[in-house]
Write a protein that binds this ligand. Structure first.
Ligand code: WTA
Length: 651
């Protein structure tokens, strides 16, 4: 990478040292790093002991068949017991586990004692439907308590779940059910989305026509909309679960028993079924959740806004928080239903203490205006988390100022479906925060940034992010495809896990993520990060959101093309578009250097995003290169590309 590229993010010089009062009382203290450094495996042993094991392990890590790891070899435990029953046994059965907030405004609070009965009933019902330890169960549900209960019920009986995000199509669902040979599908009639009931069961009905492995479909009634019914296959949750025995004796399973498969898109071909197992996964999910969010289960109200269809929902709604005995909020709907203050209203209502959300959401809130969160009391918030993509410094500062009352520490957490749990993040109360940087590996985690020749880069330089040591919650493989696992993650650099992300070390050795390496552009032989240019654009007061792609260019190899959404209050009208575009191009040139100046800036009203909120740059690249726009089926809103093209023609 060139010096120009690397120096951009270093422009961000604001520093936020921990508040001394917070630091003094913080759960994680600086010694945690030293402990992990002194003896990494002993450190992980200690973290694993925070769980309840039926049989103690005999070996912490077996790496003899690398890259296929086994953690806590010989240990046995029940994951659901750890997430539910043990809190009841410890006398905390009356503590609320879940405060459910439905989109239409219906609510349900479920204590740990109630959750124990609900999960036991669901476990007994699944056994009654023929599910056995070692089987797979597909879950296709909205964000309702039954989603959490279903996952835990599977874990309780030793069956692996495969949660498929409710926004995926019937075909996507079918291919995932088929790949995992799921025996049962758990779904609902529908869920509420933007004020309306939206159907789920029709997609299941269409999918299971071609999935011979599926014997039963278990259906939760959520919206009471009409559903087609197949008597030989479909059963209502309220028939078979509600009537099931509410006591179930959990059995201990091997630490390496599969806990779940979660599909994630690769660069090519069919989605990869990322496999996670039990003991190591739960150890790291719980450890990271406790320390990164400074969790006090006896008084905190934690809220992660992810959907359980994504890994963030698995590790930071279900397994981490519940293993730690947390009280949390789960919300079914979208942030703008029925109004744009819904998130802040929920925080005010439940006095939420930790909020974990995504940069794309934060930028959306910025776009909606500061006056919306200002109408609510957000003073209960004490830690703010970010995940999913690099957070640009402007969004970071906005998050801190307008949501965190200018004092809550922000944890920018880097990890992946594959890593299972957080790997890189500041620790609240310990780390002096740098807006835009995920900064340091958590205690117990080994990372580095290497160049093409696998040499660690010096501070001030960039390269590829790698993980240098196996970690407890690492993926154990790709379901049914061991070769693809080795090829995808372990072949690029011998003995190192290749994450697919570009990163740089700053002068202090702190890590700045630069986006997927596939998003790195090469302009006139200079490497430029899309993230970096987006960050520069968003730092302009008129810009709410930006997406940058490298479009092929005869002269320079690639050229920078930017798509921007202007802020509502920017006072922009069509007649000024030329002036605004010139202003933004010059702004980027000023922030990063003339090399990064976009060849084109296109003002748009929407950006194409996947249902998990990631911008699909590939589609924007098609527009920038005047090609027919490619496959839009994974977009949250497939009409966005038409609007963008129409808007550009008109403009
Ligand atoms: C990106 C989501 C920068 C990264 C948990 C990674 C991030 C991919 C961050 C994984 C962050 C996630 N800063 N980039 N804090 N968090 N990413 O599997 O490119 O949906 O490889 O897991 O998201 O996405 P996934």
């Amino acid at each position: 990478m060139t010096d120009e590229t690397l120096s951009n993010l270093l422009h961000e010089e604001r520093r936020f040292p921990p508040d001394p009062a917070f630091a003094g009382a913080a759960l994680a203290q600086p010694e945690l790093y030293q402990q992990a450094q002194a003896d990494r495996l002993a450190f992980w042993d200690e973290q694993a002991r925070a769980l309840d094991w039926t049989t103690e392990w005999t070996q912490t890590l077996d790496w003899s068949n690398a890259p296929f790891a086994k953690w806590f070899v010989g240990g046995t435990l029940n994951v659901a017991y750890n997430c539910v029953d043990r809190h009841v046994d410890a006398g905390n059965g009356e503590r609320v586990a879940l405060h459910f907030e439905g989109e239409p405004g219906d609510t349900r609070s479920i204590t740990y004692a109630q959750l124990q009965r609900e999960v036991s009933k669901a476990a007994n019902a699944l056994l009654g439907l023929g599910v056995e330890a070692g089987d797979r169960v597909a879950i296709y549900l909205p964000m309702i308590p039954e989603a959490v209960i279903s996952m835990l019920a599977c874990a309780r009986i030793g069956a692996a779940h495969s949660v498929v995000f409710g926004g995926f199509s019937a075909e996507a669902l079918r291919s995932r059910i088929d790949d995992a040979d799921a025996k049962v599908v758990i779904t609902s009639d529908g869920g509420y989305r933007r004020g309306n009931p939206s159907a789920l069961k029709p997609a299941v009905d269409a999918a299971v026509v071609n999935t011979p492995s599926v014997k039963k479909v278990l259906v939760v009634q959520r919206t009471k909309q009409d559903v087609a019914w197949d008597d030989s296959r479909d059963v209502w949750w309220h028939d078979v679960v509600d009537s099931a025995e509410d006591v179930h004796q959990p059995q201990a399973f091997d630490a390496e028993n599969p806990l779940f498969i979660l599909y994630t898109s690769g660069t090519t071909g069919k989605p990869k079924g990322i496999l996670h197992t039990s003991g190591g996964y739960l150890t790291q999910a719980a450890y990271t959740h406790r320390n990164v969010f400074d969790l006090r289960p006896e008084k905190d109200i934690y809220w992660c806004t992810a959907d359980i269809g994504w890994v963030t929902g698995h590790s930071y709604i279900v397994y981490g928080p519940l293993a730690n005995g947390a009280t949390q909020v789960i919300y079914e709907g979208t942030p703008d239903t029925p109004h744009k203050g819904r998130f802040w209203e929920i925080i005010q209502k439940y006095k939420v203490t930790q909020l974990y959300t995504a940069p794309t959401a934060i930028r959306t809130f910025m776009k909606w205006g500061d006056d919306i969160p200002a109408q609510y009391d957000l003073s209960s918030l004490r830690v703010l988390g970010s995940v999913g993509e690099p957070i640009n410094p402007e969004a970071w500062i906005w998050y801190r100022k307008h949501i965190g009352g200018d004092q809550a520490p922000i944890v920018d957490t880097w990890w992946q479906t594959e890593t299972g749990a957080i790997m890189i993040s500041p620790l609240p109360g310990v780390t002096t925060a740098k807006p835009g940087s995920a900064q340091v590996a958590l205690p117990g985690i080994g990372i580095d940034v290497v160049d093409d020749a696998m040499k660690p880069v010096p501070n001030g330089s960039g390269g590829y992010l790698v993980l240098t040591e196996p970690w407890p919650s690492m993926l154990r493989g790709i379901w049914g495809d061991p070769e693809r696992f080795k090829e995808t993650y372990w072949s690029r650099f011998e003995g190192l896990y290749f994450a697919g992300d570009g990163a740089k070390k700053d002068e202090d050795g702190d890590i700045w993520l630069l986006g997927r390496v596939d998003d790195v552009m090469n302009v006139s032989g200079h490497r430029l990060s899309t993230t970096e240019i987006e960050s520069a654009l968003v730092s302009h007061p008129k810009v709410a959101e930006a997406a940058v792609v490298g479009a092929s260019d005869e002269t320079t190899g690639q050229a920078v093309c930017a798509f921007v959404i202007l802020r509502g209050d920017a006072g922009y009208d069509e007649s000024q578009s030329e002036a605004v575009i010139a202003e933004l191009r010059n702004h980027v040139a000023k922030e990063i250097g003339p090399i990064a100046k976009p060849r084109q800036v296109m003002v748009v009203n929407e950006l194409p995003k996947t249902r998990s909120g990631k911008i699909m740059r590939r589609l924007l690249q098609d527009v920038a290169e005047n090609r027919t726009v490619g496959d839009v089926t994974t977009l949250a809103d497939s009409t966005v590309m038409d609007l963008i093209k129409k808007g550009l023609r008109a403009g």
